[in-house]
Design a protein around this ligand. Structure first.
Ligand SMILES: [Zn+2]
Length: 414
């Protein structure tokens, strides 16, 4: 593992800037704090000597280029990270540093000790014996997701700019907004980016390498009832609430997030509201397998059709919208992108940890836009809340992996 002087100061500076995204906003990016932070990153990338730094419209991503310093023709690699943080308090992030963690003590986050990182609750802590951990103070998330990725990418670029004797092909950087609310990559301009393939540096612990995500759809159900006086309701009333219950009951009982793992898909009822007149259900539908995913959507629509046969056309209206697809469908056509990351980790003595994600990444969309983009680790643990933490050593190792991927890309193509 190499020492990078600027990596941790850079990360600590980034996490103190509030950059939460906002699902309710209609602007792109969804919050001004992200726009401002992306501007400071653009300035920083200018200062360290990257080229062609610009905001790509309409996505709001900031793109930068590390020009090749070799005549050899090698594919152009991209590295991508997101600047927004998850749906949790991110005001006044106050990172705490635990040096030389012993691997078994309880770490108090706030001074009162109300929130703690306890290895009995979070066994992952045991892996970090002897390492330096960065935690929250219990009142906010940390934002290691994905400011670790941002800091690692920029630090790797700085390293190459300071070591011109290390030869490399062209490298493209993309730092973007709104990943956490699932819209950031929607408007990504692949042609403007100009890479042949890319990696999101947005994974969790050491070794994580992901190229398989869910196929994902959003399913809305709108039910229109017939509201009459309950006393005279016989054979007349259609209670929208009751139909909502009937609809949900018709879905397979075990295909729920709380009852599934691994490659098992689900229907997740995330929103419900209603009265006798109308009722609304909000679902997300997930499956790694494309065929099973399509079958799930048919089943969903089929329940509505059956209820409509019974209660009249238009009683139950279903709207299904695909959100993203399993990037494996694209990547398995040419596994060299995944193999390159695997090889880089193995040459650095890091064991690749490959598992299907029960979610999506920006890469799920980018891969289908023509930019194959698996996800590699950035280091964070317990992401999206106050128990988030990251090890300084893992962040240095993630930076090592970025540099190794770039080096192997040249070596493998000679
Ligand atoms: Zn992330």
């Amino acid at each position: 593992m190499m020492q990078y002087q600027n990596l941790i100061p850079r990360f600590l500076k980034y996490v103190k800037v509030e950059t939460r995204s906002d699902e309710a906003s209609n602007t792109v990016p969804t919050t001004q704090t992200q726009v401002d932070f992306l501007k400071t990153l653009a300035n920083e990338m200018t200062e360290i000597g990257l080229a062609d730094i610009h905001v790509s419209k309409p996505s709001g991503y900031v793109y930068a280029t590390l020009p090749a310093n070799t005549d050899k023709s090698v594919p152009t690699i991209g590295f991508i990270a997101h600047v927004d943080t998850a749906d949790f308090n991110a005001h006044h992030v106050n990172p705490q540093i635990v040096e030389n963690y012993d691997g078994h003590s309880v770490i108090k986050l706030d001074s009162a000790g109300k929130y703690q990182l306890d290895p009995k609750v979070f066994p992952s802590l045991r892996k970090y014996q002897g390492q330096t951990l960065i935690t929250t103070d219990g009142s906010t998330l940390l934002g290691s997701d994905d400011k670790s990725g941002v800091a690692e990418i920029i630090t790797a670029m700085q390293y190459l700019l300071e070591h011109p004797e290390i030869k490399h092909g062209t490298v493209k950087i993309g730092l973007g907004p709104d990943e956490e609310i699932g819209t950031g990559a929607d408007h990504f301009d692949v042609a403007d980016f100009g890479a042949d393939f890319a990696y999101t540096v947005d994974g969790g612990p050491l070794g994580q390498l992901e190229y398989e995500t869910f196929n994902a759809a959003d399913g809305r159900v709108h039910i229109t009832g017939t509201n009459v006086h309950p006393g005279d309701a016989k054979d007349t009333m259609v209670n929208a609430n009751q139909l909502a219950i009937d609809f949900h009951d018709a879905l397979p009982e075990h295909d729920r997030p709380e009852k599934t793992a691994g490659r098992e898909g689900f229907f997740h009822l995330y929103k419900i509201s209603g009265d006798v007149d109308t009722a609304d259900l909000g679902y997300i539908i997930r499956d790694h397998d494309r065929e099973r995913f399509e079958t799930r959507k048919q089943l969903f629509q089929g329940i509505a059709d059956r209820l409509n046969d019974q209660y009249g056309t238009g009683t139950v209206q279903v709207t299904l919208k695909d959100q993203y697809y399993n990037m494996r469908e694209i990547l398995e056509k040419d596994m060299s992108v995944v193999e390159l990351a695997k090889q880089a980790m193995m040459e650095l003595g890091i064991k690749p940890d490959i598992a299907p994600i029960r979610g999506g990444t920006d890469g799920s969309k980018l891969s289908f836009l023509g930019l194959p983009t698996p996800n590699i680790f950035a280091g964070g643990e317990n992401m999206h809340g106050r128990f988030e933490y990251v090890s300084e050593q893992t962040m240095a190792q993630a930076t090592d992996v970025i540099l190794k991927i770039i080096a192997l890309n040249l070596k493998n193509n000679q």
